[in-house]
Design a binder for this molecule. Sequence first.
Ligand code: NZQ
Ligand code: ZN
Length: 395
Amino acid sequence: MTHDFIYHNPTKIYFGNGMLAHLPEEISRLGSRVLLITGGSSAKKSGLFDKVLAEISQANVDCYGLSGVKPNPEIDLVREGIRLVREKRLDLILALGGGSVLDTAKVIAGSTPYDADPWDLIRNRAAIDTALPLITIPTIAATGSEMNASAVITNPETEEKYGWTAQAFRPSVSFLCPENTYTVPAYQTACGSADILSHIMEVYFQKEETFPATEAYMEAMMRSVMKDAPIAMADPANEAARANLLWTASWAINDFIDSGHAVSWTCHGIEHELSAHYDITHGLGLAILTPAFLTYVLDETTAPRIARFAVDVMGVSPKGKDTIKIAQKGIKRLRKYFKKQLRLPTTLTEIGIDDTRFAEMAEKTIAWKGTKDGLLHGFVSLSAKDLEEIYRLAL
Ligand code: NZQ
Ligand code: ZN
């Protein structure tokens, strides 16, 4: 069943190598005092940082910098950014980097107009309706933050990592240049691709089906990410593969595939707990947890959907097998894909995580994402005990 919905995605996209030439005109259109936010060293090493500075200088604006955003970005740097924006009276945010940089930029842009600590705004899922304008230049195909309304921030003191969604977060403009992702190492390419796949699977593996056309788009998107991720890992400057990953990343989580569709984001809920407690890479956590989740929820009601995935995405032959067996084979192939093609660890044990904190993380997921009945309702309804078992299956 598809529910009524409004679709409004105002982010203007410049796609293609060479499109950064339009950055000065967009900066001039949106502001005059700019905060440029960056991550660690990758953009400086690749020369992209200097290239962006050269474009900014053509816009005739004042520009200040905030650097050092870490993966699993932290609330303290957000606070520092807000101070800087207020002190220098900045009116435009420019984010250059991965999803962590983009998310930091969104929360700075959305918190500055409000007289509240940004962590309280996140914890309260504050319904803000204004934010500073934001331009993004993503450097990795992964989160889709460049075209969506969400940001995910970590508070290391409380070991919490939460998403905050507000329409005001949508970037005004994003520059998607495949060549800006050529320097992404194989491991990050694999994790980013696992994240894209998970964004699609979170929508695909739900109780309710959506438009038949959307079901087929999702399958095509998954097949094509699965094909291009290993190509980009082996041949980092392969423009076709990088371009496909970058564009699919944006469309996997810009409200297109899940319009009118209830989504529980179960694997993301339990993964955010893992990366909050163990600071692991988000996409890696998803690659480990997703096959465990599918194994746990597989029963007669979920088997037809998982079997369809097995046949249409993982290439399992349906001949002579019952639905449960086809589904099991699909899950096995998915795990094998993460291991052999993306070369990622496929168990929590391999990355040094044991069961010590499973119960706590499961409870926290339910407290944040669950409903009043203590369950997370999605593909199937899950309690904290169920989530704990999924972690255990991933050991
Ligand atoms: O910091 P630098 O030096 O740039 O290095 C980064 C970082 O080490 C590197 N990298 C990025 N672009 C590169 C590059 N290295 C070489 N060349 C390039 N072109 O990659 C590493 C990871 O960067 P990060 O920004 O953390 O990656 P990603 O884009 O995967 O973002 C992950 C964060 O986004 C959140 C995740 O939970 C995690 O905190 N998410 C955000 C979402 C959203 N806003 O909608 C949804 C997602 O589901 C996700 O939860
Ligand atoms: Zn994700």
